[in-house]
Design a binder for this molecule. Structure first.
Ligand SMILES: [Zn+2]
Length: 393
């Protein structure tokens, strides 16, 4: 998949009923029958958030603070502590009555920041409708989990009762039993839907999969959520999912921070997709994904924000900015491609979104102050939430 997008000076986009008919130079596209709207700025495709949890928007109190600089990290990768805090807030009923309202507001803010397509993960069926009136394309995935035999059996039964229209997916290799993971992937294959799963996010996850010990073991034991049914595979998360037969072109691996070179080979072999969440990874201090290695192997990751419980904002402009800060030498054009083309590839909606091309929707204007042509991509990916955007279609 080519990553390069040519920059057209004095460019124009010919649009009809919200869809692009043609893209080219204004001088070539203008005609007397067209209504002409002139803009000063950069016309780009809309951004794509390939992984978020809108239903956690009311739990922003679980987020360990606005970590704008690497030195602000104070969670030190202790995801179990963060999950525990999140569950306590959730189970304590904090702001539960505001769940729908907060999710809707979070989505509207995301759209105002230039996101037109969202992959939203939720654990509750009612979350399907969160933000349903907002002007964007939202793909919803009901996320299931259960790793002890009793929890897995209960969830497997629940799975048989969920309407076919709902896409179901698994939470992660450390929280979801083998049979449940396989059943979920089978269901996705039958329905030709995406199987999105958290994978290789933290070192604690790696330790738990390697030998069944560490913070995750303690955390699960304390909650009575694990028994002998779980056998540590003794591998990394991606190798484990591969061994279970869950990797293919419709599998989206979310986070992909702790992966070996062999596991990247495996992702390439199966044409699986990767979604990076640099903002959330920074907040939780779990490390930085091997972005250069992904790009070198021809993988164009998507970008996701994860939720407001682990990220101070659901803003893909900031995800691009964080990635540029975390990975010196990263090509800004590729980072912009991750937030657009990469997202569309990951979510299987390339025919409609992800670039400016005939037949596609979502055209964005990014305002700028007369920057030079060779600074355009740098400008698009380094200004974070300061970049002013306006929807054209
Ligand atoms: Zn997530």
């Amino acid at each position: 998949m080519p990553v390069r997008s040519p920059i057209i000076e004095d460019g124009a986009v010919l649009v009809e009923d919200g869809r692009i008919l043609e893209v080219g130079r204004f001088a070539d596209l203008k005609s007397e029958t067209c209504k002409i709207c002139e803009h000063d700025g950069i016309i780009t495709p809309g951004l794509i958030n390939a992984h978020t949890h809108l239903e956690l928007s009311h739990l922003s109190a679980a987020c360990p603070g606005p970590k704008e600089r690497p030195e602000d990290r104070n969670i030190d990768g202790d995801i179990a502590a963060w999950i525990l805090n999140l569950l306590n807030l959730r189970e304590g009923g904090s702001f539960e009555e505001k769940r729908s309202e907060c999710a809707h507001d979070a989505l509207l803010k995301m759209i105002a920041g230039g996101v037109g397509v969202v992959a939203d993960i939720g654990n509750n069926l009612e979350s399907v409708d969160f933000g349903s009136t907002a002007p964007c394309t939202k793909f919803f995935f009901l996320e299931l989990m259960g790793i002890s035999s009793s929890a897995e059996t209960k969830t497997l039964k629940l799975l048989t009762e969920i309407p076919d229209a709902i896409c179901c997916t698994g939470h992660g290799p450390y929280s979801t039993g083998v049979e449940l993971l396989k059943k979920l992937k089978d269901r996705c294959r039958r329905q030709q839907s995406l199987f999105s799963i958290h994978a290789a996010e933290s070192e604690d996850e790696m330790q738990f999969l390697r030998d069944g010990t560490g913070r995750f073991r303690t955390f699960l034991e304390e909650r009575g959520a694990i028994d002998d049914a779980f056998r540590p595979p003794g591998t990394g998360a991606v190798a484990y999912l591969d061994k279970l037969g869950l990797l293919d072109a419709d599998t989206l691996l979310v986070h992909g921070v702790h992966v070996t070179d062999e596991e990247i080979d495996c992702i390439v072999k199966h044409k699986s997709k990767v979604c990076l969440c640099p903002g959330s990874n920074r907040t939780l201090g779990v490390g930085t994904a091997p972005v250069m290695k992904y790009l070198d192997r021809g993988i164009l990751p998507a970008l996701g924000t994860d939720s407001l419980a682990s990220n101070p904002t659901l803003d893909i402009r900031r995800e691009m900015q964080v990635l540029m800060e975390e990975v010196p030498g990263l090509n800004p054009e590729k980072v912009f491609a991750m937030a657009t083309l990469g997202g569309a590839q990951a979510l299987g909606c390339l025919a409609n979104f992800g670039s400016l091309a005939s037949g596609k929707s979502n055209v964005l204007l990014v305002r700028n102050n007369g920057i030079k042509r060779n600074e355009i991509y740098e400008f698009l990916v380094t200004n974070g939430s300061m970049a002013e955007v306006e929807w054209l279609t």
